[in-house]
Structure formats: C-alpha cells, structure tokens
Design a protein around this ligand. Structure first.
Ligand SMILES: Nc1ncnc2c1ncn2[C@@H]1O[C@H](COP(=O)(O)OP(=O)(O)OP(=O)(O)O)[C@@H](O)[C@H]1O
Length: 396
C-alpha cells in the first residue's frame, strides 16, 4: 500500500477534516491531517457501503470502518468497555475491565479494512518482540497483554496508561513543560528508543500523542497532578515500527515530526526518530509545534529559518528537483514571506542566547538532534551522555 501525500482519496480528506474539526490546537489545527493523508485507505467493503442493508440490521461499524461499540459491550466474553481513551488513524482505543483478571486494560480496536489489519499484525509482531527482548519491563514501551479478533476487527490488549503528553498540554492550555520536566521525560524516552534502535527497530512515528503518562487515574485533574509528580511515560503506537531488514516505506512519520531526508526522499534509518524527538522536545519547551506546516516546501523553509540553510550536498542528491534552485532550497516567494514562518519560527541560535545554563544545554542537545545530515546527527546512545542528562545519570 503506498503511503504518500498524493494517494489521498476524497474519503480520506473528508475524514481528515472531521479530525481537524474535533481538534483544538492553538496555533494550527492540521496536525492529524497529514498522518491521515499519508495512508491510502482501502474502500469499505460492499456491505459497509450498502446503506439499505445496513439500515436493516444493528450497525457494527461506522463509516470510517471503526467498530460501532457502546459502553458496557463485552468482547470475547471478557473485556467490558467502560470508556473511550483515544482515537487515531487506525482505530479507537477503549478502556476495558478484563473480567478474567479483574484489571483495567486498554484495547486498541483496529478499523476493519484489510490494510489496517495488516498494520495491526505488524504492530502485534513488534510488541511481541519488545515483550520478549525486555522481559523485565525496563524500557518505557507499552506492554502488550494479548490480542483477539472481534467481528473482523483486530483488537490489541495493552497495559492501561494515562493521558498523552499532547493531551496533557492541551488540557493545560498549552503551558509548556519546564526544562526539568522535559529532562525527565526525554531521559526515559531516549533510553527506550535507544533500546529499539539497538534491536534494529525504528519507531518512525514519535510525537507527543504517542508518548503517554503512566498514571492512569480516571479523574483528569487528579491524573494531571499525579503525572506531574511522577513524570513516568511510555511510548505507544508501534504500527509503523520498521525492522532494519524490512522494506522502508518512502514516506514515514507524521508531518510535523518528519525528518528532512524523508521529505527529500533520500532514504532514512533510525536517525529519523532522533529528528522527530528533537521536534517533540522543542514542542514541550514551546507549548506548540516547532514546524506548524502543512506543505513540504513550507516545512523545509521553516527548517531553514530555525536551523540555517540545508546543505547543498543534500539538495544535490534529492530526486525532488522542484525543491532545488542553484543548489539551494527553492523557497517559493509566497512561502518565504508566509506569516506562519515569520510568526512561528525563530532561529535556534536565538534560543541559545538564554541566561539559563540548563536551557543552553537543552538547545545544544536539540542542535545535535536536528542536524540535517544523518551522518552527523547525534545517536540516542550518544545523546544519553550529553551534559543535559548528567544529573539524571548520576542518580542511576
Ligand atoms: N495503552 C494505552 N492506554 C491509554 N491510552 C492509550 C493507550 N494506547 C493508546 N492510547 C490512546 O489512544 C490514542 C491512539 O492510539 P494509537 O496512537 O496507538 O492509535 P493509532 O490509530 O495508531 O494512532 P495514529 O493516528 O497516531 O497512527 C493515543 O494517542 C492515546 O491517547
């Protein structure tokens, strides 16, 4: 299945817009659009489209291929749905009581379409591998507890976690995290992703929505307070995780977190996760997306405003020649004077002018993570030895 921006059906666009309407993001509300648009959805099966037939029987799926469940529904004679936790391009995640173990769990109910089932199978394989590689649960990756099929939907049973860091920021009116909080969150995530990288896996979709606090209190206010006290987080969503030996899709990551080598189609490796995490940490610091763009040209122009010119040797290699003019980024005049670039993008060196030593360390680390050149970009193993983490390393 091709995952590219061009392969978007009208149905996907409608679906993306409804996502957009549901989201309240202060600077730009198109975050979800690109992720959705990156996947070519197979059309619904004929019985999904047959409204007359569907009208005559209780509905099992909504138009997006999601299971049309209700609170109280029991799946597998075991998992009783008590609430909805989240929604993504691949389906919905619900909180359930596991009646066999008298335990609350999260169940990701994947959309019914075959392409999504395929991604779900891959997510299950990756989660099984993580469970067996990390049997002591030392790294901050969500644990899979099992999986089953319910009415043609693949359902993945996961340990129950709390809010995503994106949701946390949103509920907190996008007040940024403190540098100390960023340090704690980053340290755990870097260790976890570094563990994935050592085991030849790339996550490819690291973003604040996929980094969840561990605290699972159902009262959101209490949850916020608890999360801020303990700051333990875990990574979710391994549906696009790719082993080194597997085919690497041309287009990966949700747009705002997408590395330049992916946009320029230069091939990618684990280093694209490092770029995404650089964008994530900056978002935690700013309380808003670092590159709030919806267009590749504008996105690259934003990168230039923040990080300086894209090296000509990289532009020389791209097959996407429309991005290049005289060995430099071909910045469309309309884009370069675009409000969004002027308003949201500030050179990283200006942030470095801060008087705070800990902020200086953070920006130094971010500079190393947001290096255009993959061969020079810091690895997470190296990043864990950066002075930004020295206090946490000392505590280990
Ligand atoms: N184990 C969990 N515990 C609690 N909430 C969860 C859990 N896993 C996922 N969620 C919630 O559900 C949301 C969607 O989950 P996930 O990212 O796995 O779905 P997806 O369809 O693959 O998303 P995407 O559109 O990013 O690909 C998360 O952002 C989070 O809010």
């Amino acid at each position: 299945m091709g995952k590219n921006d061009e392969a978007v059906s009208q149905k996907d666009i409608k679906k993306s817009r409804s996502f957009k309407q549901r989201l309240q993001y202060p600077t730009l509300d198109i975050r979800k659009l690109d992720k959705d648009a990156s996947f070519c959805v197979e059309s619904a099966s004929s019985d999904d489209n047959d409204l007359t037939a569907a009208d005559k029987r209780p509905r099992e799926n909504d138009d997006d291929g999601n299971l049309d469940y209700h609170i109280g529904l029991v799946m597998e004679d075991r998992y009783e749905i008590v609430s909805t936790l989240g929604e993504g391009a691949f389906g919905r995640v619900v909180e359930c009581i596991d009646r066999h173990r008298d335990l609350c769990v999260a169940v990701k109910i994947v959309k019914k379409f075959e392409s999504y089932c395929k991604v779900a199978r891959s997510e299950i394989a990756v989660l099984e591998e993580i469970n067996s590689l990390d049997d002591d649960n030392r790294f901050a990756c969500v644990r899979m507890l099992g999986w089953f099929r319910h009415r043609a939907h693949t359902c993945i049973v996961l340990e129950l976690l709390g809010s995503s860091t994106f949701e946390f920021l949103r509920q907190n009116n996008f007040v940024p995290f403190s540098v100390e909080q960023i340090r704690h969150i980053a340290f755990q995530i870097f260790k976890a992703v570094s563990f994935l990288h050592r085991n030849k896996l790339t996550h490819t979709d690291l973003k604040p929505e996929n980094i969840l606090f561990v605290s699972g209190d159902s009262d959101s206010n209490q949850q916020m307070h608890k999360a801020l006290r303990c700051l333990d987080v875990k990574i979710v969503d391994f549906g696009n995780a790719t082993f080194d030996h597997q085919h690497h899709e041309t287009l990966v990551s949700t747009r705002h977190y997408r590395a330049p080598e992916v946009i320029l189609d230069l091939g990618w490796n684990q280093s694209c996760d490092v770029w995404s995490l650089g964008c994530v940490l900056m978002e935690y610091y700013l309380g808003r997306t670092l590159f709030p763009s919806h267009d590749c040209g504008e996105h690259l122009a934003m990168m230039q405003k923040v990080l300086g010119p894209i090296p000509p040797h990289l532009l020389k290699q791209t097959g996407k020649k429309h991005f290049v003019k005289n060995e430099h980024l071909n910045v469309d005049k309309a884009n370069s004077s675009d409000d969004a670039i002027q308003k949201f993008c500030q050179p990283l060196r200006q942030y470095m002018r801060t008087d705070s030593d800990e902020e200086k360390q953070l920006f130094d680390l971010l500079g190393c993570m947001l290096d255009y050149d993959v061969s020079r970009r810091i690895t997470l193993e190296e990043a864990l030895w950066h002075p930004f983490f020295c206090t946490l390393r000392a505590q280990q």
